[in-house]
Design a protein. Sequence first.
Length: 137
Amino acid sequence: MLVEDNPGDVRLTQEALRESGQNVQLIVQMDGQEAIELLRGKAATPSATLPDLILLDLNLPRTDGREILLYLKTDPVLKRIPVIVLTTSIADQDILICYGAHANCMVSKPVDFDDFFRSIDNILRFWLGTALLPCTR
């Protein structure tokens, strides 16, 4: 799942996923509140499949990424989903907040096109290829 309000970053991420060669089904939410509502609904439905991984931007409309992260990591079902904060922020305060709220990692969005693709590829290789993930039903 990608929670990102910038259409350009959504398109870049989609293209990076296509070029990665990995079979990834991407759900995109461009609004923080809608992302929470979708995940809350999936968590409450035993037959629903939860995302294996969430890429989360911090600056989102209505409910920002910091609030989403706190919600996810305090929910008994959703807290198992790895959350990678993918943001332009490199502020110490944001880094402390994200790790304090149990983000699994925080990655600064590269501004260079090739570097962005490389970052997404590295995230996919590690989280979907190397790391052992919990069963998401």
